[in-house]
Design a binder for this molecule. Sequence first.
Ligand code: G3P
Length: 284
Amino acid sequence: MSKINLSSKIFVDGADPEETRETKRLLGFVDGQTTNPTLVSKNPAARERIEKREKFTREEIYHFYKEVVNKIAKITQGPISVEVYADSETKAEQMLEEAREMQNWIDNAYIKFPITKEGLKAAHFAVKEGIPINMTLCFSQEQAAAVYAATLGAKKPIFVSPFVGRLDDRGENGMELVFNIIRMYQIGDGHVLPLTASVRNLEHLLYAIQIGSPLITVPFKVIKEWAENGFVLPDEKFNYQPNLKPIDYKEIALDKNWQDYDPSHDLTDIGVEKFSRDWKNLIR
Ligand code: G3P
């Protein structure tokens, strides 16, 4: 039974099924899950192998990821995001091939592509095949507009994941990006849902709820903090005003050709590089 009543859906951000199970016990529900290569590398069983210097073969690590995702799928029937491998050289066709494979791992898989030129191209073709997708490493409103345009006509809701904490890390108010994307999408057809990601603390979570982020993915550490605070919800007195540089709203049309948006962002490139490095570190 759910312990709270929310319009936002709460996902677990992690790759440890035990955390998903514990979240369900604490919250009474889990609406979905997001994983990524870094989170897979932090899974306790994966860490144990790496500490024992028993790295995975390429086949073994995919098998391991698949098993993790299958365990999570036994706990939540909601969307479970699974990320394709990508580095700066990876082409859309390679991402698509992996997406087709990963989509078959479980019934409720959402495939994550990075918001790069190649990732957008992969997404554009994936939606034509009916593959549900979550576009990750979003750091600008322009990237969110590109996702919207590239995935028009999708049969299932598409997710876009603004990474709040990583913008905060460099002094920019990441939650404002979420706010701006929600505002920008108001003129759209509703086929893309913002998924607040890179949540680092309870304030992020509460503000995401307050502004009506449709989806929020939350690391277990923050879920625990929320439970310890009696699942507090933002009331009219809750005022999120971090000491961070504002991110101004931009007027961006959603009806351009998807290739005409500029999806480049240095934090996306850094993020792709880190996911790739963490994944490769697992493989011998
Ligand atoms: O959901 C995205 C998340 O896992 C990234 O979080 O803390 O590495 O920025 P973080």
